[in-house]
Design a protein around this ligand. Sequence first.
Ligand code: FES
Length: 336
Amino acid sequence: MSYKVQLSEQDINFDVSENETLLEAALRQSHSLPYGCRNGLCGSCKAKIVSGKIIYPDGSPDGLTAADKKQGYALLCQAKAASDLVIKARTIESAVDIKLRQFPCRVTKFEKLNDDVIRLILELPKSESLQFLAGQYIDILMKDGKRRSFSLANPPDQDQRLELHIRYYGGGLFSEYAFKDLTEKTLLRIEGPLGQFTLHESDRPMIMIAGGTGFAPVKSLIEYTLKNNHKRSIQFYWGARTSDDLYLDELPKQWSKDHKHIQYKPVLSEADKLNGWKGRTGFVHEAVLKDHADLSGYDIYACGPPPMIKAVLDSFPANGLNMEQIFSDSFEFAAD
Ligand code: FES
């Protein structure tokens, strides 16, 4: 059995089955409503039931006061529909609508992807989840008060298991620690979500450009679009020095094999003769310029080291790109 839910004052409707909460149904259908713990405790998902009937199969949640109930408020992470509903809820329009929070987390997986990139999986406590938009990042809070920023590589529906790609930089405070001392089970403290490098609505095809571990937020963005069945064309250029630096090369190859609207174009700046590289060579931004004499019809998403981002920002307008159609995240490196 399923019911219809309408957000009052907004042109948003979605279906909800009797087995899922109102929040689960909204997120499943790509409607971003605010949430925090997903356990009925924090109150972040509070919304007003304008008409219709809801039930709480596990009992009234602790995060809902008697006064809230009297005024017709419900916690969408716990409430299930018992009829068609009209609800009044805030929606997440952009990154600034999500509350910044701190969490403890545990490293549950430590995986070397090549000689100088590791993948960490961080798990939040069971009662917590991190709401974020694809493309955003978190800060790792160090014991001495310093912090280091890393993009989330997983799509937002995986909000308890966070994936980071960490590149080794000699002298980098966190990367030295991560490569030498960090193990599975290490406890960390994080803050997030942060950043504005998120998907912007438009009908234009997208060109996504990553340099090195700039692949992490691009992975989050592309996996988000795939999960939500978006069909906007994506040309993904991944720039690296050598083929070893394309540390998860099989993944974008698979995307382009499985999905007609995704193309993958790796570009190496140091020709990889030893490995018999036969693909594109040179700087990744030059490859994009060469392929697209007219960029005016595209949205550009670029993420990676500052020189790559600068080259994109400096050179793409000459090929007709309007600066409003470019979204970028520059990975500034902070040595200790
Ligand atoms: S009460 Fe925390 S997300 Fe619902």
